[in-house]
Structures are given as C-alpha cells and as structure tokens.
Design a protein around this ligand. Structure first.
Ligand code: SAH
Length: 487
C-alpha cells in the first residue's frame, strides 16, 4: 500500500523543501519499523521544480494477526482464513494512516526546527493514493475532501479490467490537489479520512481516540459538513464515543466562530499587515477605494474573489446599489468565519437573497463566476505562487469575464516605510511575492492586452513621493466584449 506527495517549486521556494517539512532527506531511501510492518520513505523525484515523496508500507499480515487486532469489517468475527487473506497488505487503509502519523509525526504537528517558517506556508500539493478502499465510492470521497479545499479526482477501480461487466471494486484511485493547504493540514486530513473511507479500523478504539480525533481535526473538522459521518466512522461507530466527540466538536465550533474571536483575528491581521498610525487602518482605506471604484463602474452584481473573512462583503451589503454580492474563497475556515460575521443564519430574507458565499479555487475556471458586473481581487494575487498566476488570469479574465475587475496588491517599494518590518521581508508570511509599481503595472497591462480590457491605476493609502502608496490597485474595464485569445 502506498501514497505519494508531490509539490512544485521555484528557485526561491524549491520543491525540495518537502524534505525539510517531512524531516526525511530527499537523497536517501529510509525504512522504519512500525507495529504492522516496514514503512519505506523514498523520493522518486527531487528537483527544485518538482519533488515527490513516496510512503510505502510493507504490511506483515502475520504480525497483524498476532497482535490480535486484524478485526474484520463491522466488527464481525473473522473467519480464520480471512485474517491472513485480506486486502490489508495492498490497499491504502487505516494502517497507512497509522504509518503516516508515526513516520511523519513532526510534519503532522507542523514542526520544523531547521526551517521554522516552512510549516506555516501553504504550497502546491498533489497527493496520490492509487488504491484506496472507499466505502461510499467516489461521491463520498469528494464530499469528504472538497470542503477542505482539495480538488478531487477519484476514479473507481474496476474489479477486473478483463471483465468490465463485473463492475467496480470498492477501491478508488485518488488524486488530491490544492494550492491553499499546508503540508501539516494535508497530513491531518489524510490521517483521519483514510480510515474513515476504509471504515474498517484495525485496532480497538480506546477512549483516548476521541482526544486524538479532536487534536488532529483541529481547524477543519468542527466546520466540516460531513462531521458526523467522519466522527462516527473514525470511532468505529461506538455510539457513546461518537456522541462525546460530536458534543465536544460543537463546543469547539462555537468557540472558533465566536464574535470575539473574529475581532481578535481581525486585529491580529491588522496589526501584522498595517501601519501603527491609528487614523484609518489601511484595510479600511482599501475597502473605501474598492467601493468607490465599484460605484463609478455602475456595477450591481459583484464577486469578491478570495473574500477571506468577509469584511468587504459586509461593507458592500450596506450599500443598496449592490444587489448581489458573492464571496468566494478556497478556505473553508475563512468562509465559516465570514458567514458568522455576516450572521447569515439570522439575516432577513431580503438581505439574505443579496449575498452568497461559496468555496472555490481561483486557479480553476468556474461557471459559477460567469455573468457578473464586477469582480474584486483584494490582496489575493500575492497569495498564489507566480507560476499559478496565469491560471487565475484565465479563470477571471478569460472565463468569468466581468465588465470590471479590481485587483489590489502590496507595493513592495513602500515596505521600507513600515517601521516594524525587517528589511527584505514581505508583509505577511503567506505572501509568495510582492511587486514594485512597475512590476504590477507591467503584469496588469499585459493581462489587459491579452483579454480585451483597458486598465488604470489607483494609489491606496498615503502616496509617498519616493516609494509610492502602500497598496496599489488596478482597475480593469472591458473594451472588447469578445473573448480575446490567450497569448
Ligand atoms: N480579500 C480579503 C482577503 C485577502 S487574504 C481582504 O482583502 O482582506 C487572501 C485570501 O485569498 C485568503 O482568504 C485565501 O484563502 C484566499 N485564496 C488564496 N488562494 C486562493 C485560491 N487559489 N482561490 C481562492 N481563494 C484563494
């Protein structure tokens, strides 16, 4: 049974950082002994541009039985032979999850002493599990992974390729892709969801499993739409444990989305990215500049792409000129906080009909984004790796094609004016790049030219005579309604 994790990179953020993150050197093949057999970690490829780590677990079926824990599906007593002849050695399963957590335990905790900045950074990830037992089939696989920000490809594996009439096996071949997750998040998702899909836990579920589930599920399980199914299957349908976990998760969810915490997060973000001078925080000035530009464009139906925690959506809702406001983000956690901030569940029908939040990635075209008057990308582009930018460009300017597009991004020249920012640092740990005014202008003009738009520029915040404003905004207006050819 095996699984691969691939990342891509650039000379500035080499893909081989994966070795640091996993605490396993890319040049070595290593073997670890686990309770159920030998786990091998090796790197089929390790280049700056692309790096893949493979985890291969060689299960020793006899060890499994000797441990007395080769429990069959649903807890039914196993026939003697079934204990030895089963799919455990071949299919990714709960055993693989256990191996993941023992071989990559620091990575799963997000610890990297050699490079402490790495674990907090999201990076392009592709996880492949060629044979995943999936009770519930590809549909359930999607329902479990998509809300977490993964793009899912789950193909059923036929029982026998020579006899297609026999239908599909209970295995799927799974590919997960995301640009928005950290490696630690990815490993925690796998650690919980592989056994949930397998639905045949191999070891007796002890009460401390509830603690483990809550710990590993932190930040994603409380708000997951399939939380009940995940909890119940993970805990092998032991009702008392499941109930206990569900109640505790509900408490976590409430605490996570509590208004006071939303404010705290806001303040933290503000403190991190904005000036100490009190008057008007830069984030507020940015929203004012965006609203002004939207009003001038005459837009009524507006997309907020990469809406984060919904501050702009909230501002737009106060202005009746905006009849429909759609917030899109790849982060489920951000959307949960946004929905709580907007009090979507307590909103009157009229207000509620004006606003919508949904999860989506701007790195892919999406028909749901077509037909709007305007789209805002406020402080979003710098969160994508540069090589992904053409994909966003195509999704917004080539496919969605609103009449007006506003893009804001930091002006890196201004960074010398931030007193608290050490020289050469970007403003936020997750910024993949920050551009000068000339760089931003060159990008925006090229995009406009490729897709039939005109573009103008607006300074946001104090326009310093030497280094310019802290935030730069491009205002794109469609000039030719026909889709221009991508260059
Ligand atoms: N627009 C907000 C938030 C900016 S932070 C503001 O101006 O305050 C950047 C946001 O972009 C985050 O919420 C992040 O989850 C989102 N994001 C990053 N990559 C994305 C992608 N590929 N697709 C959609 N959203 C993305």
């Amino acid at each position: 049974m095996f699984l691969t994790i691939t990342t891509t990179g650039t000379p500035e953020r080499p893909a081989t950082d994966l070795g640091y993150l996993l605490h396993k050197h890319p040049d070595k093949a290593q073997a670890f002994s686990t309770s159920y057999g030998t786990a091998h970690v090796l790197y089929p490829e390790a280049e700056t541009g692309r790096c893949t780590a493979a985890l291969l677990l060689e299960v020793e079926a006899v060890a499994l039985v000797r441990r007395g824990k080769g429990k069959g599906r649903g807890g039914a007593p196993d026939a003697a032979l079934a204990q030895y002849v089963n799919d455990r050695p071949y299919a990714a399963s709960s055993l693989l999850a256990v191996a993941l957590s023992s071989v990559f335990s620091s990575a799963m905790k997000g610890v990297c002493n050699a490079r402490p900045e790495l674990p907090g950074q999201a990076r392009p990830l592709r996880v492949e599990v060629p044979a995943l037992p999936a009770r519930g089939g590809p549909d359930l696989v999607r329902k479990l992974f998509e809300p977490l920000g993964w793009t899912v490809t789950a193909a059923p594996v036929p029982l026998d390729t020579e006899f297609p009439d026999w239908g599909d096996s209970r295995y799927v071949s799974l590919v997960l892709e995301s640009d928005a997750l950290t490696l630690a998040e990815a490993l925690r998702h796998l650690y919980v969801l592989l056994p949930v899909l397998d639905d045949a836990k191999h070891y007796w579920v002890a009460p401390d499993e509830v603690d483990k589930l809550l710990r590993v599920g932190e930040g994603w399980l409380p708000a997951h739409p399939e939380q009940r199914l995940i909890t119940s299957r993970y805990l092998s349908r032991r009702w008392s444990l499941t109930r206990q976990a569900t109640e505790r998760l509900e408490l976590v969810r409430l605490a996570e989305t509590d208004d006071s915490e939303v404010e705290e997060i806001d303040n933290a973000v503000e403190a991190e990215t904005e000036t100490e001078e009190k008057p008007t925080p830069l984030a507020v000035q940015r929203r004012e500049a965006i609203v002004t530009a939207l009003r001038q464009s005459g837009a009524a139906r507006v997309l907020d792409l990469g809406c984060g925690q919904g501050q702009l959506v909230q501002t737009l809702l106060k202005d009746p000129a905006f009849t429909e406001i759609v917030g899109v983000d790849v982060s489920m956690r951000a959307l949960t906080i946004a929905s709580r901030r907007l009090k979507l569940d307590r909103m009157g029908e009229r207000q509620a009909s004006r606003v919508q939040l949904f999860q989506g990635s701007l790195a892919y075209t999406d028909v749901r984004l077509k037909g709007y008057d305007a789209a805002v990308l406020s402080e979003v582009i710098e969160h994508l790796d540069l090589p992904r930018l053409p994909a966003l460009e195509y999704a917004v300017f080539g496919s969605a094609r609103p009449r007006t597009v506003l893009v804001t991004t930091p002006n890196v020249e201004y960074n010398v004016r931030w007193e608290s920012l050490p020289a050469g640092h970007v403003r936020h740990g997750d910024h993949r790049f920050e551009w000068t005014r000339a760089e931003f202008r060159a990008w925006a003009e090229a995009v406009a030219g490729r897709h039939g738009y005109g573009v103008g520029f607006v300074a946001v915040g104090p326009d310093d005579p030497e280094v310019g404003p802290p935030t730069q905004m491009a205002v794109f207006t469609m000039t030719s309604p026909k889709e221009a050819k991508a260059a």
